[in-house]
Design a protein around this ligand. Structure first.
Ligand code: 13P
Ligand code: SF4
Length: 301
């Protein structure tokens, strides 16, 4: 039996569902039942009711799946796959901020740990942040955490003055304005799409700033034939597979999230064989962490 066949047999035995983020390795995307961005994966986890979910993505995403689907066994095939940006806002530091700024609405990018989500009012993802923040009262003081780049891009787009937590994605921060200029010179007919975790200077040079799901939709529907892609290179696999006649150029080939790449097919096989490692959350913490995610899903179902 091939590795894929073994995974398929175990998957059927446990009635398991494999969810994978758009940045995972191509072979993981190919064995997944569903590949998507953070928002799509959260929705899927909330509605799938699978007895076993194998979550191929970084830890906060698997925690979100467990938070929304507590009755499922949620397996995170490589427990070392974390998101450094999510770790930049600890629950203690956020609680401290709240104490000093009573009345400030705390909006957390979904890239936060479950423990930190217990200290925030509402979550958003890169796929819904603009709509969600545009709908908040204009006179309300807001803290946006933990991504200062995404927060600054939202402030610029919406004319808001949210306080920004000093966090960032080390992977997207590697994309520099000179990379955009050079890529445009090399591929003058291509549209430049970047992720809003890039710096505001990079976003200003791009044609669109979109979530990973937003980029996939955009390239599918666009009449353009060439695109320069400014995000983690794992997304190119799906783009090329879904759009065989279009051309995709990575804005900068070094844009790799090492954590997303930690999950291998062997990890998935062992996780299914052993039904471990599991995401386990303290029930009180899970309930508290669920509230801001529920608010997000209620506002923008
Ligand atoms: P998306 O929600 O756009 O998939 O982004 C998640 C992420 O971690 C980007 O670095
Ligand atoms: Fe975290 Fe950045 Fe990796 Fe996304 S790309 S999971 S924000 S480190």
């Amino acid at each position: 039996m091939t590795l894929e066949e073994e995974i398929g047999a175990l998957k059927a035995r446990h009635k398991a569902l494999i969810l994978a983020h758009n940045y995972t390795r191509p072979e993981i995307q190919d064995i997944a039942d569903f590949v998507g961005d953070s928002l799509e994966l959260s929705r899927k986890a909330a509605e799938c009711h699978a007895p076993v979910i194998i979550f191929c993505g970084v830890r906060f995403m698997a925690e979100t799946a467990k938070t929304l689907s507590p009755e499922s066994i949620v397996l995170h095939p490589n427990p070392h796959s974390g998101c450094p940006m999510a770790d930049m806002a600890s629950p203690e530091a956020v609680a401290e901020y709240r104490k000093k700024h009573p009345g400030t609405l705390v909006v957390a990018y979904v890239n936060t740990t479950a423990a930190t989500k217990t200290e925030v009012d509402i979550c958003c993802t890169s796929g819904n942040a603009e709509k969600l923040i545009a709908g908040l009262p204009a006179d309300r003081k807001i803290l946006f955490l933990p991504d200062a780049n995404l927060g600054a891009n939202l402030n610029n787009k919406l004319g808001r003055k949210m306080d920004l937590w000093p966090g960032c994605c080390p992977t997207h921060n590697k994309i520099l304005p000179e990379h955009v200029t050079a890529a445009k010179e090399k591929h003058p007919s291509a549209l430049v799409l970047v992720h809003p975790e890039c710096t505001p200077t990079v976003v200003a040079l791009a044609d669109r700033a979109l979530s990973t799901g937003g980029m996939l939709k955009f390239v599918r529907e666009s009449e353009h034939k060439e695109f320069i892609i400014g995000t983690e290179c794992g997304i190119l696999h799906r783009m090329r597979k879904e759009n065989p006649v279009k051309q995709f150029y990575p804005l900068e080939p070094a844009v790799v999230c090492p954590n997303m790449k930690k999950i291998t097919s062997e990890d998935v096989l062992f996780a299914l064989r052993d039904l471990a490692p599991r995401i386990e959350l303290d029930e009180e913490m899970r309930r508290k962490a669920k509230a801001p995610i529920d608010r997000m899903l209620e506002v923008l179902p």
